[in-house]
Design a protein around this ligand. Structure first.
Ligand code: 5GP
Ligand code: MN
Length: 340
């Protein structure tokens, strides 16, 4: 059932022991929003603990209190009277679902979250779940200290591509202005998020070599197979290198997470990629979405490229003859022009 922000606030006020979680494959918004809410609830005198059923990307581990995030062990239980699920519907929280039988409170900004049977506060217009948590703090009259502000800022900055994506609205910028007033130093956050090792850079160069154009250049893909994935520490930012290509509408990154489990990230300039992700069992936003495909890397690649092309034909972004054209242009085969 959809609820309002004041109702969500009252549910938090009534609870005493709160388990806070977010989606697997956590991003800056998932980690920032859970850590911010945990701190706010502790300030209110409650027991609050974040569990996320995944490894944390190392760049996000610098957020205040990130070291307190736990990953559920098999058969572990957590005594809670409320389970708060942030930045996703509860089907993407992995084993956290088995930690407690407590009632759920779901707070999210993804249009594809359509849960009817649990308490859901959804704001598809919010750039990030962290933007909603900021408003929730105001609603609860909870003070936002610098640590909380840093977490909220990081989530908003990463979900908006540092205020470049179309989800950056006046309210988003007003929120981050307030957070900067509370002590956030945007340059330091960017530095932390952009920090890379030499190995990471090597992976970027190898990943770039896998880039392929499809459908006459309207779709671009990058492929991090099992070998490359084992070597690399982070795939953060890789898709941003290809989504900027001229004439490209849809960019995707296919990553081998483990054997026969392939992760897909999609970005677009116009096409509704959340609709494409939904066809493959995922979801997200109009211009940023993702899904998991179970199968070999090659099977996932073929299914993904065909599904994107087919959907683009249906949506009117691709003509049937471009869809029939199976020619791929690989960057590795692309010849540099001769000097005049
Ligand atoms: P990313 O490409 O950054 O992993 O994800 C882009 C957006 O799509 C994020 O808002 C993310 O939460 C959402 N998303 C990614 N993968 C999935 C998925 O498997 N299912 C759903 N429902 N949303 C996803
Ligand atoms: Mn988010």
């Amino acid at each position: 059932m959809k609820i309002t922000l004041p109702v969500a606030a009252s549910k938090l006020r009534e609870a005493k022991k709160i388990l806070v979680t977010a989606h697997v494959n956590p991003d800056g918004d998932a980690i920032g929003s859970t850590l911010a809410l945990m701190q706010v609830l502790r300030e209110m005198g409650k027991t609050a603990q974040v569990y996320i059923d995944d490894k944390l990307p190392k760049n996000f581990s610098v957020m205040p209190f990130a070291e307190e995030i736990r990953r559920p062990r098999e058969d572990e239980k957590f005594d809670a009277d409320l389970l708060v699920v942030l930045d996703t519907s509860p089907d993407r929280i992995g084993n956290v679902r088995n930690l407690t039988e407590a009632p759920l409170l779901n707070i999210d900004h993804h249009v594809t979250n359509k849960n009817e049977d649990i308490d859901l506060y959804i704001e598809p217009g919010a750039a990030a779940t962290c933007e909603i948590i900021f408003r929730l703090c105001k609603e609860m009259n909870a003070a936002i200290d610098k640590n909380i502000a840093v977490c909220l800022y990081t989530g908003i900055a990463t979900d908006t591509g540092f205020f470049k994506y179309s989800n950056t609205k006046p309210a988003t910028l007003r929120t981050v202005a307030d957070l900067v007033e509370l002590g956030v130093e945007p340059n330091l956050i960017s530095e932390q998020m952009e920090k890379r090792t030499f190995l990471d850079l090597k992976i970027v160069s190898a990943a770039l070599q896998t880039t392929k154009l499809y459908y006459g250049g309207k779709v671009v893909g990058m492929f991090i197979g099992e070998n490359l994935m084992r070597k690399g520490e982070t795939t953060e930012g890789l898709i941003d290198l290809i989504r900027v290509l001229e004439d490209v509408d849809v960019a995707f990154l296919l990553t081998c997470k483990e054997k026969n489990v392939c992760r897909v990230s999609m970005r677009s300039k116009a096409v509704n990629v959340s609709e494409i992700a939904k066809r493959l069992g995922g979801g997200g936003h109009v211009r940023a979405a993702g899904c998991t495909i179970y199968g070999t890397f090659d099977e996932a690649k073929n299914l993904l490229v065909r599904t994107i092309g087919g959907a683009m034909v249906e949506m009117g972004y691709l003509c049937a003859s471009d869809f029939e054209n199976r020619a791929e242009i690989s960057i590795a085969d692309f010849e540099l022009p001769e000097n005049d």
